[in-house]
Design a protein around this ligand. Structure first.
Ligand code: PLP
Length: 414
């Protein structure tokens, strides 16, 4: 039986889980990694599962009736069940494996946009969205579909009055981030689901930044669709999942055509396979799904409530340390309960890129720029921000290294 390392109740200097992540010991120069919102590091358990599959089980799935292919299929479908359990969907048939959140949102925009939406229909989102929840909807403008943005308040939370005003009889789809990748805001998706459904709109939740950090229960949220990216939650890149309510997955048309997604093909047309296969055209990212299954095992063994609690310790410590200086502007909610994972900030008078570059030279990896959220940058009246993002392998020492390195930036610009 594998011994699971527990996350401690108070923030330690070094996370006990860091030892599971080879990158921290194998890079000679050391690594203070504070860019997990971009992509997370991978634990040995995921790397081993991926290697084991390639060595012992590799074959295409669903196609062969020989034992190796049956083995591969069983493992691939097993990963689907794990993801279904992780977000508490009713069945594994509601989980579509795709490349990630971006692909999931594009598939939805194409499926719903081409087949369902009519000129004059509206999609309602928020001003804090990642571009992947903006551009696919804007691409439907050729069809006369309009994208509207609910505003945020001074705390970086959705202005629910503005949201309610913009939710009209024309709004067919509401698509919002569960957690903002810049502000860290945890959005009230349960309340939004009720408002959307009372208005006969569908609710899509972008879970790219929530699934890695907080417990997700798609049934409790009451959303119609939920998208996540494996690489932000310890799995390899190129794999993600789209949850869709089964009745909706049955009803909507697929966006991508090819092998596997059909039931029959003839010269005069074709019929679709059942969900989720209807949305998985071509050979899927089998190895990615295996990695995602292993990542889900890893996170589930720790417990997402524990991951969330540990995250709060990290954010709380980082906010208090960053708050020691009055030359740092921090974006997002002040209330620690309202935020998760990331802290975006600007050191007054210093461009975010300069901050990130100097920190990088000191071995501290953070991100700077618009974070694929330009409408939000415009709303905040800034062109860029630095962003430190945390995960279960970070500890106090990582936060302290960030604070020390910021002193270095101040010296350069003094
Ligand atoms: C909130 C949010 N949505 C969507 C995405 C896109 O995810 P991916 O690049 O994995 O498709 C990201 C990536 O940073 C994100 O933070």
């Amino acid at each position: 039986m594998r011994v699971v390392t527990k996350l401690p109740d108070a923030l330690p200097d070094i996370s006990p889980l860091a030892a599971d992540f080879p990158i921290f010991s194998e890079r000679k120069e050391g690594l203070v990694y504070l860019d997990s919102a971009a992509t997370s590091q991978k634990p040995r358990q995921v790397i081993d599962a991926v290697c084991e599959f390639e060595r012992k089980y590799n074959a295409n799935v669903h196609r062969g009736i020989y034992p190796l292919s049956e083995d591969a299929t069983e493992r691939y479908e097993g990963a689907r069940k794990k993801v279904a359990g992780f977000i508490n969907s009713e069945s594994a048939d509601e989980i579509v494996f795709l490349r990630g959140t971006t692909e999931a949102l594009n598939v939805l925009a194409l499926s719903l946009g081409i087949w369902q939406l009519k000129p004059g229909d509206e999609v309602l989102t928020t001003v804090m969205e990642h571009h992947s929840n903006v551009v696919p909807w804007q691409m439907l403008s050729w069809k006369g579909v309009r994208l509207k943005f609910a505003d945020i308040d001074s705390e970086g939370q959705i202005d629910m009055d503005d949201f309610a005003t913009k939710l009209t009889g024309r709004t067919k789809i509401v698509s919002v981030a569960h957690v903002s990748n810049v502000l860290g805001t945890i959005n009230p998706v349960r309340e939004i689901a009720d408002m959307a459904h009372d208005n006969s709109s569908l609710l899509i939740v972008d879970g790219a930044q929530s699934a890695p950090h907080i417990p997700v229960d798609v049934r409790k949220i009451g959303c119609d669709f939920f998208a996540l990216s494996g690489h932000k939650m310890l799995a390899p890149t190129g794999i993600g999942a789209l949850y869709g309510r089964y009745d909706l997955l049955r009803k909507i048309e697929p966006a991508l055509g090819g092998g596997e997604m059909i039931s029959e093909v003839h010269q005069n047309g074709c019929t679709w396979n059942v969900p989720p296969y209807k949305f998985e055209a071509g050979t899927p990212n089998i190895i990615g799904a295996i990695g995602l299954g292993a990542a889900v095992d890893y996170l589930s063994a720790i417990g997402m409530e524990n991951v969330e609690r540990y995250d709060r310790h990290l954010i709380s410590y980082a906010l208090s340390r960053l708050g020691e200086s009055d030359d740092i502007e921090i974006y997002g909610p002040h209330d620690i309960e309202q935020r998760s994972g990331v802290i975006a900030f600007n050191l007054k008078g210093v461009h975010g890129h300069d901050t990130a570059e100097i920190l990088g030279r000191r071995g501290v990896s953070i991100r700077s720029g618009h974070h694929c959220a330009q409408p939000l940058m415009e709303r905040l009246g800034i062109s860029s921000a630095s962003r430190a993002s945390f995960y279960l392998y970070n500890g106090k020492r990582d936060v302290d290294a960030l604070i020390d390195a910021l002193d270095e930036v101040r010296k350069v610009f003094a």
